[in-house]
Design a protein around this ligand. Structure first.
Ligand code: HEM
Length: 232
């Protein structure tokens, strides 16, 4: 069995219940820095986006500081997400079973995951969040640099800056939407949040949602024998 979905630190611990390590401390710190910077970026960006939301500048010490700080938080998000990208890209590669999972999303939403193919570490929804965030953050940093007049004013024309402002705003709205989907899904699939807080999930969670990943991990247990039947 190929084990390309296993990430460093993933491991099964026998017991009642079985516990499965899913994220290292480093990955979790990396994730929460990314999450915090996206929230701060959204708040400071929305403050600059529309006069009705200008009051949000109060959170950052006024209009001038908001304008100064927003692009720097963007730089933090870019590098922080790049860290996540390096950690997670491989397990997010598209697999044949992802197409089937997506085509039968109704079974997922009605609680019949057992009718679907076994999945690796991530499902198609998580992969969608991963790749769309990767693309959107790239668009945001590129268009952001074009309109970061304090340092890069002379490198582009006014017309290019106009296009960049529009592209930046559209990408931001899409990124906020993807973020809402991500958080909703993390809460909706019970037992998922602890993956990013404690770093582990129960064997039952892994068996139900990511059985192929669990089997790959079980195959690595000492004695070589699969113990996944204990994971319910
Ligand atoms: C602030 C609210 C957020 C919450 C509550 C949250 C929660 C979570 C949870 C629980 C997981 C683990 C899912 C699993 O292993 O099955 C996760 C994974 C992940 N999160 Fe978040 N997250 C938040 C924000 C973000 C943001 C802003 C980004 C990116 C810009 C992000 C990117 C990721 C990535 C890349 C993964 C790994 C899953 C994958 O690669 O498909 N998260 N998140």
């Amino acid at each position: 069995m190929s084990a390309d979905d296993i990430e460093p630190g993933d491991a099964i611990h026998r017991g009642h219940p079985v516990i499965v390590d899913r994220y290292t401390k480093g990955a979790r710190i990396n994730h929460w820095i990314t999450a915090a910077s996206l929230v701060l970026l959204a708040l400071s960006g929305l403050a600059l986006f529309h006069p009705k939301l200008f009051f949000l500048t109060g959170l950052f010490g006024g209009g001038q500081t908001t304008r100064m700080i927003h692009p720097w938080i963007g730089v933090v998000l870019f590098f922080s997400f790049f860290g996540l990208f390096l950690r997670f890209w491989k397990a997010n590669l598209w697999k044949r079973e992802d197409g089937t999972w997506l085509a039968r999303i109704r079974d997922v939403l009605t609680g019949h995951e057992e009718r679907l193919p076994e999945l690796g570490k991530y499902n198609a929804g998580q992969k969608f969040v991963f790749w769309s965030m990767s693309a959107l953050i790239l668009v945001l940093i590129t268009s952001g640099v074009v309109i970061w007049d304090q340092y890069f004013y002379e490198f582009t024309t006014i017309e290019q800056k106009r296009v960049a402002v529009l592209v930046h705003a559209i990408a931001a709205v899409l990124a906020i939407s993807v973020w809402i989907i991500h958080v909703y899904a993390a809460i909706w699939v019970r037992g998922t949040i602890r993956a990013m807080t404690r770093g582990s999930v129960t064997g039952g969670w892994a068996w139900r949602h990511h059985r192929k990943w669990l089997r790959e991990l079980a195959a690595k247990l000492p004695n070589g024998r699969s113990k996944t039947t204990h994971a319910k």
